[in-house]
Write a protein that binds this ligand. Structure first.
Ligand code: BGP
Length: 481
């Protein structure tokens, strides 16, 4: 058997894409609540002021807030061992700056965790998944302000104390490495000056780049402080980091392409993981900062904080790989957060994401070789259009094929010697797409009747992948047919 006993099979979600109830029971606005829907070709726009006549996908999402019992029962039926969810910061601290938490918000997650326990499902909690209370974004320009660290710590400590007997597994920030590029501005920095503009592809001044790397540094410090505090509150906590696992291949064996690949891997993949797993900035950071005119606002004592707050495990999302080339004529592929050159050996999803299960085995090996800490795949899946068949069912064989090939790749990596803790596929219940804001781009094993324009009665239905994944879990990944 490839996968160890107690392997954490399950699914993953994020509050702003899943919960809805954006202003219920005392919840404040989050930056995500200001982002409109889009499509693969129409970008999502930010709005400084929420316009009551515009549809914002996070406001209702698929209403996990009122469907959590039903959703978790379905996970129980599939035999989930683990359910990854994020806490909505602005549900706990509505503006991010209150002295005391919102009791109703705390109660909601107590209820969710109690429901998980009923089915022996281990919650895996992301403390911040691409969101920030709107108040903090406005007041401090998001994470560019060092003060946000203090507000985050109050929030994180509240969660650790409140749920110390209900949650063991935690992740500090979702896909923290998005911060190394301009798309990482989304939902972590303030939105001033980019009103009604696309959330991706923002042109940055050198000052904005500085702020972005300073914001990233502040998140590193916040994460390290949280890891330390969490372990003090409950020494059995397992607190991990979460990164975009996007391997890059050299397009050719031209040493210039290989150098380009190496530079991309250093910046995108190793930069943040080195800080959070090894406890210090990588050796190449100094030259990178110098050559790009970046001066991060660091303070005395920061190095020690990073050293003392290393994570217990490394988790990542894996959807695709790309290639690197110095030839500007070579076509680009669409991507999750990172784009890259098209790889002629790979097929792509309907959204242009290149499907590469072998890349997952390669990545698991290179991550494990570098860090030798337990790894976990906390997002993976296929965003696709699901059509109801004549028999009234959803026969999503394409999704099953995608997941099967990636689970096979994980099994090979485990046989190679990689220590893999678990696998939570992305969007177990259909939810809002982060990059496009669509409902049409579905990942779920469970279908939700909800559509791009906000219509739908929200009822849930099992797809074929639901039954397939149930069998995979019950055989601990042995029966993938
Ligand atoms: C990751 C995010 C998720 C999720 C996923 C799929 O980058 O952590 O929040 O949404 O990608 O992306 P999308 O929803 O854009 O298809």
């Amino acid at each position: 058997m490839a996968f160890k006993e107690g392997f954490l099979w399950g699914g993953a979600t994020a509050a702003n894409q899943f919960e809805g109830a954006w202003n219920e029971d005392g919840k404040g606005a989050s930056v995500c609540d200001h982002v409109r829907g889009g499509t693969v070709s129409t970008p999502r726009l930010w709005d400084q002021e929420i316009d009551p006549d515009i549809y914002y996908p996070s406001h209702d999402a698929v209403d996990f807030y009122h469907h959590y019992k039903e959703d978790i029962a379905l996970y129980g039926e599939m035999g989930f061992k683990c359910f990854r969810l994020s806490v909505n910061w602005s549900r706990i601290y509505p503006t991010g700056m209150e002295e005391t938490p919102n009791e109703k918000g705390l109660e909601f997650y107590h209820n969710v965790f109690a429901e998980c326990r009923k089915y022996n499902i281990e919650p895996l909690v992301t403390i911040s998944h691409y969101e920030l209370p709107w108040g903090l974004s406005e007041k401090y320009d998001g994470w560019a302000g060092r003060e946000v660290i203090g507000h985050f710590m109050r929030y994180a400590e509240t969660l650790f104390n409140e749920y110390k007997d209900e949650v063991t597994y935690w992740l500090t920030f979702n896909e923290i490495n998005n911060g190394v590029q301009s798309s990482g501005r989304i939902l972590s920095l303030g939105m001033r000056g980019i009103d009604h503009k696309p959330m991706f592809g923002i042109e940055e001044t050198p000052e904005m780049v500085n702020d972005r790397f300073t914001a990233l540094h502040h998140q590193f410090i916040a994460s390290a402080l949280a890891v330390k505090k969490g372990h003090e509150i409950n020494p059995s906590f397992k607190i991990g980091m979460m990164t975009i696992g996007h391997p890059v291949y050299a397009y050719t064996c031209n040493p210039d392409d290989v150098k380009a690949m190496n530079d991309e891997m250093n910046l995108r993949l190793w930069f943040c993981a080195d800080v959070q797993v090894r406890g210090h900035y990588p050796y190449f950071a100094k030259r990178f900062f110098e050559e790009n005119g970046i001066s991060v606002r660091m303070e005395e004592g920061d190095e020690e904080i990073l050293r003392e707050g290393t994570v217990d495990f490394l988790s990542f999302s894996y959807y695709m790989s790309s290639a690197a080339s110095v030839d500007p004529e070579i076509a680009m592929a669409q991507g999750n957060m990172f784009a890259g050159v098209k790889n002629p050996y790979l097929k792509a999803s309907e959204w242009g994401w290149q499907i590469d299960p072998k890349g997952l085995r390669i990545l698991l090996n290179s991550m494990y070789a570098r860090y030798e800490v337990p790894l976990m795949v906390v997002e993976n899946g296929l965003g696709a259009i699901d059509e109801r068949s004549e028999d009234g069912k959803f026969h999503d064989t394409y999704r099953i094929d995608y997941m099967r090939s990636h689970i096979e790749a994980m099994a090979e990596a485990v046989r190679d010697g990689v220590d893999l803790m678990g696998y939570t596929m992305w969007g177990c219940t259909d939810l809002v797409s982060a990059s496009t804001g669509e409902m049409k781009k579905r990942y779920g094993l469970v279908y939700v009747d909800k559509h791009n324009d906000g219509s739908g009665d929200l009822h849930r239905e099992r797809k074929d992948s639901f039954f397939w994944y149930k069998k995979v879990i019950s055989t601990n990944g042995e029966d993938l047919d």
